[in-house]
Design a protein around this ligand. Structure first.
Ligand code: NAD
Ligand code: DAU
Length: 349
């Protein structure tokens, strides 16, 4: 069986990637390595946790000895690296945590892969998952392409940019076979309610204020998380070695327009009079260094690998909102912190 290591598989995007690989590739054994930080939630994976081709490993990518031993023990043939500190606001509060996991942790994985695979790179692949934020901010016009110069503005994007550079450096210097993708904003089920869409769904349900940063005229390109997972599957299997691909939704929204759309969908779902949820919109102090606009040109992955989003934003938002409304216990556990005990209880069984 082909052994694949997926890091950060208990997080938002990682859990969708783990599910896709475990269910689609029965001849792979998927090892999900996750430290279970506040963002890691094994309740995201209850449906596949007993699958015979799946193993969860609790561990920290910043622990070099542990990572090195793990690679010696398992002889992984591929790595799909998603583990990261991922929230921009947290990076503004504590940049070092982002350096530690996103830079140091990534280099630990690169070192372990290089050591295990050296002299036998054939058939091996290190896939690094990155973000469009490394390119910095766009004005009103233009799109990020794979050759746009890196220009990160937040501690989060600076740490991701650094990790991207290390991945390419290991490719150039040691011949490590890698692929790298830079993706736009994901949304969908299992998204931790610190990020815009799940936070606002939660607050609308709870009748709490919706804190819109600044004037709300910031623009993001939104992609349904399962479409990102499909792109990751495709790039892992068919992407050319030492190549980068941009992944995006062809779907730009100003924050305030997106929030108003979400409010009107939620009014319908909750049986509220039209306009009721939008009364919760509250303009608050802006995020420092807030990037004005991100927009991805995903032509390369579309033309070379035949990928494009499979759902429209309207369809994806419908699935997402329904998921949150149908999983109140998931939201309750996350907001109460109960999900953090899931691993301990399972381990005792
Ligand atoms: P997330 O915060 O939901 O999940 C991160 C996961 O990594 C969690 O399960 C956490 O426990 C784990 N983790 C954190 N530190 C760790 C460590 N030191 N060792 C082992 N595991 C650790 O993040 P996400 O939104 O799912 O993002 C996943 C990846 O995709 C990240 O690399 C992020 O930069 C990238 N990305 C995210 C988006 C997005 O919109 N969410 C878009 C583009 C790229
Ligand atoms: O572009 C990809 C990136 O998208 C990923 O690399 C990051 O991991 C992911 O967190 C996301 O970053 P953003 O900063 O764009 O996402 P966030 O959901 O935090 O914010 C989206 C926009 O909404 C941004 O302009 C800030 C604004 N915002 C966010 C929050 C949480 C608000 O106005 N109010 C809020 O409460």
């Amino acid at each position: 069986m082909k052994k694949i290591l997926i890091t950060g598989g208990a997080g938002f995007i990682g859990s969708h990637v783990v599910r896709l690989f475990v269910t689609k590739y029965r001849d792979y054994h998927i090892y999900n390595l996750d430290a279970l930080t506040y963002a890691g939630n094994l309740e995201n994976l209850t449906d596949i946790e007993a699958a015979p081709n799946y193993t969860f490993i609790k561990g920290d990518i910043t622990d070099a000895d542990f990572i090195s031993e793990l690679f010696e023990q398992h002889a992984f043939e591929g790595v799909i690296h998603l583990a990261a500190e991922s929230h921009v606001d947290r990076s503004i509060e504590d940049p070092l945590a982002f350096v530690k996991t996103n830079v140091f942790g990534t280099v630990n994985l690169l070192n372990a892969a290089k050591k295990e695979w050296e002299n036998a790179f054939e058939g091996k692949r290190f896939y690094h998952i990155s973000t469009d934020e490394v390119y910095g901010s766009l004005g009103a016009e233009g799109l990020f392409t794979e050759t746009t110069a890196y220009d990160p503005n937040s501690p989060y994007s600076a740490s991701k940019a650094s990790s991207d550079h290390f991945v390419r450096a290991y490719g150039e210097t040691y011949g490590l076979p890698y692929v790298l993708t830079n993706c736009s904003n994901n949304y969908g089920p299992n998204h931790f309610p610190e990020k815009l869409i799940p936070l606002f769904i939660h607050n609308i349900i709870a009748n709490k204020p919706l804190p819109v940063y600044g004037d709300g005229n910031y623009t993001r390109d939104w992609l349904f998380v399962e479409d990102h997972a499909r792109a990751i599957d495709l790039v892992f299997h068919q992407g050319a070695a030492q190549e980068t691909y941009n992944i995006g939704g062809f779907n730009e929204w100003k924050n305030i327009d997106l929030v108003r759309l979400l409010c009107s969908i939620m009014d319908g779902k909750l049986g509220r009079r039209p306009g009721k949820s939008a009364e919760l919109i509250t303009y608050v102090k802006d995020r420092p260094g807030h990037d004005l606009r991100y927009a991805i040109d995903a032509t390369k992955i579309k033309e070379q690998l035949g990928w494009e989003p499979s759902v429209t934003f309207e369809q994806g938002l419908e699935i997402t909102v329904n998921w949150y409304l149908n999983h109140p216990e998931w939201l309750d556990h996350v907001t109460s912190g109960a999900y953090l005990n899931y691993y301990d209880v399972k381990s005792e069984e």
